[in-house]
Design a protein around this ligand. Sequence first.
Ligand SMILES: Nc1ncnc2c1ncn2[C@@H]1O[C@H](COP(=O)(O)OP(=O)(O)O)[C@@H](O)[C@H]1O
Ligand SMILES: [Mg+2]
Length: 292
Amino acid sequence: MARSVDWDELPAAVREAVERHTGPVAAATPGPEGMSTAVRLILDTAGGGVFIKGTRPQSSRLVREQLTLGAEVAPFVPSLSPPLLFRVQADGWDITGWAAVPGRAADLTPGSADIPKVIAVLAELGTLAAPDVPGLWSIAEIWGRDVDDPRMLDGGALVHTDPHGQNFIMDGDRTWLVDWGWAARGPAWVTAMRLALFLMEAGWEPADAEHALASVPAWAEAPPSVITAHAISSVPSWEQAVARQPDNERLRAWIGLVRAWADHRDQTAGGTPLLTHGRAEGTPHHREKRKG
Ligand SMILES: Nc1ncnc2c1ncn2[C@@H]1O[C@H](COP(=O)(O)OP(=O)(O)O)[C@@H](O)[C@H]1O
Ligand SMILES: [Mg+2]
C-alpha cells in the first residue's frame, strides 16, 4: 500500500487545473489506501466533497491505462459508480475527479451484513453489457490460453475483475463499486468467481463462498466445467507470481487459497478436464498480480 501524494505536493499547474472544475480547495485529506494510483485525496470544496485519483509522471504505463479505463467505464455504470466529474492533465500528471461518497469498505467476513448488499451489486452488474470502449480487456484473451476452447470464456458482459472489500463503498442503503480500471468484457460469472476468492480470503470455506453466490444468476447458470478449468489453470500463474515476489505475504496467502479452491473444484464440481497446457511466463495473467 502506498501513501497518496499530498495536495500541496502537486505542481501548481495541476492544482489550478483541478480547481478550474472544483473551485477553491479548502482542505484535502488523504483518501483510503489504494495500491496503484499516486494521488488519492478527498477535496473539500464549496460544492461538496470531490475524490481525486490520478497518476504522476513516473507512474507505469499499466497504471495509466487503468486510470483511463476506469474513467471510460464508470459512466456506463451510473448506478454502481460515483459520477466522474472531470479529468485533467498537466505537467505529466493525470487526475480524475469523482463525486466523493461517504461510507466504508465492505466487510466480506463470514456472517457480515454487507454480504447480501455486495451480492446484489453483482446481480445487477451481471445484467450490464460491456461498453464499447477501447481499452477493455477480453477475458477470453486473458485466460483463454489455458483451456482447450477459449470460446468458453467468451461473453459480452461487463466484468469487474477486482471486487475486493475496499473496492466497495457501503454508503447507507447504497453500495458503490469503484475502481473499474480492471474491467473486462467476458462472461458475467467471472465477477462472481473473483468475489468468491475474496470471500475465501476473508475466511470463507470454498463451498460456502460459492454457495453465498447462488443468488447471482450469472453464477448459478455458469458452466461448472469452465469454472473448474479456470480454477485449476490459474494456479501455475499464481505460483510464478509468488516465486517472483517471495516476500509478498498477501500473495503467499493468496496462492494457498487459490490452490484450496482449485482442489475443491476438482473434487466436488469435477467437470470436463478442459485444461491443456501450463501457463507460460508473462501471459496476460499478469493483470492479476497486483493485489489491492
Ligand atoms: N468517489 C469516491 N468517494 C469516496 N471514496 C472513494 C471514491 N472512490 C474511491 N474511494 C475510496 O478510495 C479508495 C481507492 O480508490 P480506488 O479507485 O480503489 O483506487 P486504487 O486503484 O488506488 O485502488 C477506494 O478503495 C475507496 O475506499
Ligand atoms: Mg481499489
